[in-house]
Structure formats: C-alpha cells, structure tokens
Design a binder for this molecule. Structure first.
Ligand code: FAD
Length: 391
C-alpha cells in the first residue's frame, strides 16, 4: 500500500465551499478519465483533439467569472483552481481554454459593446464559436506596448488592417481573432474582432514546436483586410486597454503553471515510490527525498501565492504588478519542479508515457508567453522603484 499523494500539502482546497469542492471533483474526474488518456498521442502528433470540445462545453466553465451572457459569474479563485486543474493534466488543453475564455472572451467582455457581447460571448461560452487573440508579431514580442507595426486605417468601407501576427493560439481553426493594431491616424492601439472569412485574412500553422504541441499556433497575415466599424472593440482605445485583458490572463497563467508543476510532481513522486534500485524504492533514498521536498516546497509556496492573488482579484484590488509577480515566480519555480521531476525518473523521465516529459517541455512555453520573465520583472521593478527600465 503506497502512501497517499496529496500535492495540496497545506489543504488549500479545503477552504473552498462544498459546492466548489464538488465542481473541482467533477472537473478532476473529467480530466483524468476523458483528457489524460488522449494527450500524449495528440502532443506527439502536434494535433488538437477536436472531439473534446462538446465535452468541455458541457462542463460549463468557460468565461467562468463573467456576469451574464450564459457565464457562471463565479469567483476568480475558482477560475484559477480550474486553470490549475487543467494544467495538472495537460498545459496545452489549459492554454486552449485560457485563450478562449481569457484572452478572446476577456477582450470582448472588457472592451466590447453590448451588441458584440450579446453576439459572441454566449456562443463562445459554449465553444460554438472559437476565439483567438492576436497581439504578438514576427518582429515585435516583448515590445508590443509601443512597437506594434500592424496598422489600421479608417476608410469609407470600414477599417483596413495590414500586418502580421505570430504565435496566435487557436488561430488555425478559430472563428474570430481579436487583432490589435496601431491606428495610423492617432497612433493608438485599437482592437478588432476579425472573422475568419474576412477577405485579406490568412492563417498558416506554425510547425515544429517543442512545447505545448497540442495548441495550434498560427502566423496570421492581414492584407488590406477590411473590418466593419461594428467589429471594432469600442472600449479598446490604447494599449492600456489591452493591458487590462493581460492583467487578468497573466493571473490565469500563474495558476496554470501551478497545475503544470503539480502534475509533474505527482507523477514523479508516484514513480519514486514504485521504482526500486539497490533493492529499495528510490523514494527511500535521502537525495531523492531532497528533490521531492524541494519540489513540494516550491509548489506549496506557489499555491499559497496564487490563492492570495485571486483573493485580490475578487476584492477588485489586483494590480498589474501583482499579476506579473505571480506569473514570474510561478513559471520560474515550475521550470525547476519539472526539471527535478524528470531527474528523479532517470531515463524514463524523457519518455512521454511516464507523464513528465510533456510537462518539462510545456513549462518552457508557459515561462515565455504572456510576458517573459524579464518583461514581467520590469513591470514589478517599475512598481517598487518608480523607475521604468524597459528601454
Ligand atoms: P522577444 O520579445 O524577442 O524577447 C527575446 C528575449 O529578450 C526574451 O528573453 C525577453 O525577455 C528579452 N527582452 C526583450 N525586451 C527586453 C528588455 N527590455 N529588457 C530585458 N530583456 C528583454 N502572442 C499572442 O499575441 N497571442 C497568443 O495566443 C500567443 N500564444 C503564444 C503561444 C506560445 C506557445 C508562445 C511561445 C508564444 C505565444 N505568444 C502569443 C507570444 C508570446 O506572448 C511572446 O512569445 C512573448 O511575449 C515574447 O515575445 P518574443 O517571443 O517575441 O520574444
């Protein structure tokens, strides 16, 4: 009989209401029975499992914190726990959900008109329409705030968009992509709902990724792509509005990293309890226990940090620097945890079937997207010193 693996070491989940604990259990069971058996194969083949979409819709968790439009109007804390639970089983599927629920729906919820919200949010909540979020460009990543080169220009026919967007998650099959472009008239960043059938909108799949391989990332080319005024997000009038969406989604990425780290830790612990060398389980060796305790210490500190982060969100006190600090800390610690998880598994640690190699690779992408360590550190650094050190 093996000891129980409880990666919620300080019992944070017991702080949830009975109703939320029941929801967590439902999601955990779904992910373990319906998603876990699929992911290694899809990851290996760099493909997305479209058959899971109706099942995700049935969970009724997309756009979890939004009020109205078919959304649950739930707490950020539970939304974070859901993101971690997805990350614990597969960071790619967690990212798919993060793009749909956070980046795409969040842009419309935060910056859209009532008509746009009515048109898109209920359908997206049920995954009847899929969304993407196009900010990054081939030559502009970290410097998006001041450096976007994709342009928009208002004409009698509508807005004309030109430029390219790189790395755009879900874009190969999304119905709409939120495109962020600089207005040639006033120089400000504006947001647009661009439909896949818009003439001048072209997507190419990015191939050869070594992380988050289930997520389908696209390179979008906009060539005189005409978008009607009614598809412009009326409350997106500068990069500050884009940043409001990113603040929320960065908190989600911190949670997702907690899940990724937890998944790797749990699988590694289980392995060390079963694997024998020198006639004993490797978990009985001091040096292996040291790795396990380092992993658990980091994981527990991440869990307590994101709990408070979401409380701040629910108290409406979340600032950019709070989200950035959590994003940096959690993704950095996750990198350490997944690397130790692989190490204690020896050679089997690099085989997909042992369920740690995927986390090891995926942690690299989570570490870099939604603002790298450097960019999020600079956001925190600016807040605590008063000096902006970006340029
Ligand atoms: P760069 O900006 O070129 O940075 C390279 C290095 O330079 C980094 O280490 C960076 O920290 C460092 N650096 C840059 N500026 C500074 C500075 N001032 N001081 C110190 N160091 C600095 N984007 C979207 O818009 N939508 C998506 O759906 C999306 N999904 C993604 C999915 C994946 C798997 C990946 C990998 C990326 C995704 N991205 C997406 C893009 C992602 O947000 C960018 O990769 C990220 O912001 C970093 O930009 P970059 O890759 O161009 O790196």
């Amino acid at each position: 009989e093996l000891p129980p693996i409880n990666a919620d070491f300080y019992g944070m989940e017991y702080k949830l209401s009975a109703e939320d604990q029941a929801l967590l259990l439902r999601i955990r069971t779904f992910l373990e029975t319906e998603i876990k058996p699929l992911v290694n194969n899809y990851w290996l083949h760099d493909e997305f499992p479209f058959e899971i979409i109706p099942k995700l819709a049935a969970l009724n968790i997309c756009g979890y914190t939004y009020e109205g439009y078919g959304c649950a109007g739930g707490k950020s804390l539970m939304d974070g726990i859901i993101a971690a639970e997805f990350g614990r089983i597969d960071p790619s599927i967690a990212t798919f959900l993060g793009v749909q629920s956070g980046l795409a729906m969040g842009s419309i919820y935060t910056c859209g008109s009532e008509e746009q919200k009515d048109e898109w949010l209920p359908q997206m909540q049920q995954f009847k329409k899929i969304g993407a979020f196009g900010l990054t460009e081939p030559e502009v990543g970290s410097g998006a705030a001041g450096g976007l080169t994709t342009t928009c220009r208002q004409t009698a026919e509508g807005w004309v968009l030109n430029g390219q967007k790189k790395w755009i998650g879900n874009a190969t099959f999304s119905d709409i992509t939120i495109i962020w472009a600089r207005d040639l008239a006033d120089g400000e960043v504006k947001g647009f709902i661009v439909r896949k059938e818009n003439p001048g909108f072209h997507v190419e799949k990015i191939k050869g990724k070594m992380a988050l391989r289930i997520v389908q990332n696209g390179l979008i080319t906009l060539t005189d792509c005409v978008v009607p005024e009614h598809d412009r997000l009326p409350h997106a009038n500068s990069f500050k509005d884009t940043a409001k969406v990113l603040q929320m989604t960065r908190a989600g990425v911190a949670w997702m990293a907690v899940g990724c780290a937890r998944g790797a830790y749990e699988n590694a612990l289980e392995y060390t309890l079963k694997r024998k060398q020198f006639g004993k389980p490797i978990a009985s060796f001091q040096l292996i226990q040291n790795h396990l305790v380092e992993m658990l210490s980091n994981l527990t500190s991440m869990q307590t940090l994101v709990f408070r982060l979401s409380e701040l969100q629910d108290e409406d006190k979340l600032r950019d620097e709070h989200a950035s600090l959590a994003k940096v800390f959690c993704t950095l610690r996750t990198r350490d945890i997944v690397s130790r998880a692989r190490e204690v598994m020896g050679g089997n640690g690099i085989l997909l079937e042992y369920n740690v190699a995927r986390f090891l690779a995926d942690a690299e992408a989570i570490y870099s997207y939604e603002g790298t360590k450097e960019i999020n550190s600079l956001i925190v650094g600016r807040s605590i010193t008063g000096f902006s050190a970006f340029v």
